[in-house]
Design a protein around this ligand. Structure first.
Ligand SMILES: Nc1ncnc2c1ncn2[C@@H]1O[C@H](COP(=O)(O)OP(=O)(O)OP(=O)(O)O)[C@@H](O)[C@H]1O
Ligand SMILES: [Mg+2]
Length: 467
């Protein structure tokens, strides 16, 4: 069953239950109230009439023994008189015998009515009968001088009360129908408001499942459905990002594979070329040259494979780093000392401004970071000086700055990708695999630190590491 019809059915059912339970109860309460008012009226009129009849008879009777005769002769008059005041049929009984009646109707039923026979015991009594309409029979005993017992009976036509009851029932039916009508209209309105965002959500989810990932749910309501829509949108956002990242990762893997095969091709071709030459030549000189090239290309390849292994090892999620409290100043000085000779060869001066700071790092891996960065500045920048600064700026900040050629923005964007090399290393004889900064980035990430490369063409490059 559709949600809309469920809401509608629920409303109608609630209304139906309310009307079928409340309706009869209210009608019954109102009818009972009406009847008890009439009964109270008859009781008080009955009491007054009893006094009136007693006084009337006693005032007319010369002595007490004349009472039966006077009652016999004046009962009809008394009934008519009382009828005018009370506005209902009045009868006077002496035992089973009807002495007077305000109406000239002979009852077909000759048996004495139960409420009248109850007065013989000195009780007041009433019954309600129902024919086409209801009738209230009320009777009260009239005792004259403790000697003569008469019954005063009132027959009250309840057709007004019946009409009122019928009107109430009709009113409930009309109200019920009207309420049902408005309930349908209202439910329709409400269910449309509830369902339209759900429909929207379903449509979007369908399109989403068909691969249209740019769909968004229009969330307007401030309720659970709105919340669902918001959650759907954020789920869709995460999914989009994940897919984007996956595509990115796939692209990176492809590039990595392409670059790897490209890189490996050159030394392999060289090795194969010289190997073939070895077979063909008898010249010692050529053989020596071939063997030299085969060995050096082989070494180069081994170096690349080692760097690649290093990168792959670092990328493993379970790779453990051995951190210890390390004096960074001492570590930097040690590294600089080790490349002293190389710097001299390139005519580069080193400018150290180091604060005495320590950090909880893996010293061996950190040395690799600094060596790789310095190696790049030496190889690619054509700089004549390198500044190394270590200072505490709301955290430890290490800056390695050269004043060389700089890196163009395109290269800078992808610089941490494996095998990504700038123009210089691609086109010149400078050897490089494009793996150094990928390794650096992995090590820095493993330390939970951050690395930033700021470079402007012709001005130089600054590598900033924040610990
Ligand atoms: N200080 C720098 N000045 C100019 N270019 C730089 C500098 N540092 C890096 N580059 C450029 O960034 C590229 C990537 O450097 P990365 O260290 O990752 O690889 P690589 O030096 O080419 O190879 P590897 O480090 O594996 O030997 C380099 O090829 C170079 O073009
Ligand atoms: Mg490098």
């Amino acid at each position: 069953m559709k949600l809309k019809f469920k809401i509608l059915a629920l409303n109608i059912a609630a209304l139906f239950i309310m009307l079928t339970i409340l309706g009869p109860i209210i009608i019954k309460i109102s009818d009972n109230y009406n009847l008890s008012n009439i009964l109270n009226y008859l009781k008080s009129q009955g009491d007054n009439s009893t006094i009136y009849v007693e006084q009337y008879i006693l005032s007319k009777a010369g002595n007490i023994f004349e009472v039966p005769n006077i009652m016999e002769s004046d009962s009809s008059y008394l009934c008519s008189y009382l009828n005018k005041n009370i506005k209902c049929r009045v009868q006077i009984f002496y035992g089973n015998k009807l002495l007077g009646d305000s109406e000239d109707i002979t009852d077909s039923n000759k048996t004495i009515r139960p409420e009248v026979s109850e007065t013989f015991k000195g009780n007041k009594a009433y019954i309600i009968t129902k024919n086409k309409t209801r009738t209230l029979y009320y009777a009260t005993p009239v005792n004259i001088d403790g000697r003569y017992n008469y019954s005063l009976a009132f027959i009250y036509d309840l057709s007004d009360a019946d009409n009122m009851k019928r009107n109430n029932i009709n009113m409930f039916i009309v109200t019920g129908l009207l309420a049902a009508f408005f309930s349908v209209v209202f439910s329709n309105f409400i269910s449309d408001r509830i369902i339209s965002p759900i429909k929207n959500l379903t449509e979007t989810a369908k399109l989403f499942s068909k691969g249209d990932l740019h769909q968004k749910v229009e969330v307007k309501s401030n309720d659970e459905v709105g919340e669902l829509g918001e959650n759907f949108n954020s789920m869709a956002d995460s999914l989009r990002n994940m897919i984007h990242e996956l595509k990115d990762e796939k692209e990176k893997q492809k590039n990595f594979f392409d670059n790897f095969t490209h890189e490996i091709r050159t030394p392999l071709t060289t090795i194969l070329g010289y190997s073939e030459l070895l077979w063909k030549t008898d010249s010692i000189e050529v053989k020596d040259k071939s063997l030299f090239h085969i060995t050096s290309e082989g070494k180069r390849m081994l170096n690349m494979v080692e760097r690649l292994l290093e990168l792959s090892r670092l990328k493993r999620y379970d790779f453990q780093i051995n951190k210890s409290e390390t004096n960074l100043k001492a570590l930097l000085e040690e590294v600089c000392d080790s490349i002293h000779y190389k710097l001299g060869r390139y005519n580069i001066s080193l400018n150290l401004k180091l604060q005495d700071l320590s950090a909880f790092i893996d010293p061996d891996l950190f040395k690799q970071v600094i060596i790789n960065i310095l190696d790049n500045s030496i190889k690619y920048s054509d700089t004549s000086k390198i500044d190394i600064t270590l200072e505490d700026k709301d955290g430890i900040e290490l800056t390695i700055k050269d004043y060389g050629t700089g890196i163009d923005p395109d290269t800078l964007e992808n610089i941490f990708e494996p095998y990504y090399k700038g123009d210089k290393s691609r086109n010149s004889s400078i050897e490089g695999w494009g793996l150094g900064l990928s390794i650096v980035k992995e090590i820095i990430d493993k330390h939970g630190a951050r690395i930033e490369l700021v470079s402007h063409k012709g001005e130089g490059t600054q590598v900033i590491i924040r610990l």
